[in-house]
Design a protein around this ligand. Structure first.
Ligand SMILES: [Zn+2]
Length: 224
């Protein structure tokens, strides 16, 4: 995919995030790695529902602007920390999807294995301790979790997902939010059944075999 196509895809994913209610107003941000020293980022202060390709800014690994009229996202340092720690990361999505953010505010990890798709594609999702948005502290807070997970809930804030490409990173946000929604609703019912251990094991083996790349907490016991 060339840079023009990548910028169009960022706008498309931004619209999906906004339409799905994963971000309010100007919240959320998206970055894509072009190469080791060039990253495309959404601009600060613009709704993800109204992005145009010319608004996408290119920065280097230090967050300095290389190309573009618009100021980069204030959270770009969090994204750049992910790329620095994870050479397999090709894209990062940050959003505030309401159900996952509810768990973030409750400081509750999403660690019940209840849906096959979530076990297969995501695994348990940890809670990253609170740090003020747009700070280096928020970026540094992710470090202990980065080697074992691709999806995170940030205390009292929102979500971060990582993928080898933008579609994969965004789909992890969708899967995370859907899993959070179902987890929330079964708590209202007051009854829940986790998948049996042997079924979880089968899903993890199948996931590892068919979907190499990225990180998944369930893979820890297998070779990476
Ligand atoms: Zn945020």
């Amino acid at each position: 995919m060339n840079e023009k196509e990548l910028k169009e895809l960022i706008c498309d994913i931004g619209r999906r995030m906004y339409t799905n209610g994963f971000v309010a107003a100007n919240d959320g941000n998206i970055t894509v790695k072009v190469n080791e020293s060039e990253y495309l980022t959404t601009p600060t202060g613009i709704s993800k529902g109204y992005l145009r390709p010319e608004m996408i800014t290119k920065v280097n690994e230090k967050g300095e602007v290389l190309e573009g009229e618009y100021k980069p996202s204030s959270e770009v340092k969090v994204h750049l920390r992910v790329y620095a720690e994870r050479e397999d990361a090709g894209a990062v999505v940050h959003a505030h999807p309401p159900y996952a953010t509810t768990f973030a505010v409750a400081h509750m990890p999403l660690d019940s294995y209840i849906l096959p798709e979530a076990v297969y594609g995501l695994g348990a999702v940890p809670v990253v301790p609170y740090a003020q948005p747009s700070t280096q502290a928020l970026a540094d807070g992710l470090i202990p979790y980065l080697q074992d997970y691709d999806a995170f809930v940030l205390e009292n804030h929102g979500t971060v997902t990582i993928g080898q490409d933008l579609i994969k990173a965004y789909y992890k946000t969708e899967t995370l939010e859907y899993n959070a929604k179902i987890t929330y609703m079964i708590k209202l019912l007051g009854v829940s059944h986790e998948l049996p251990r042997e079924e979880i094991e089968k899903l993890l083996i199948s996931s590892k075999k068919n979907n190499p790349g990225g990180r998944h907490p369930g893979y820890v016991k297998y070779d990476r």
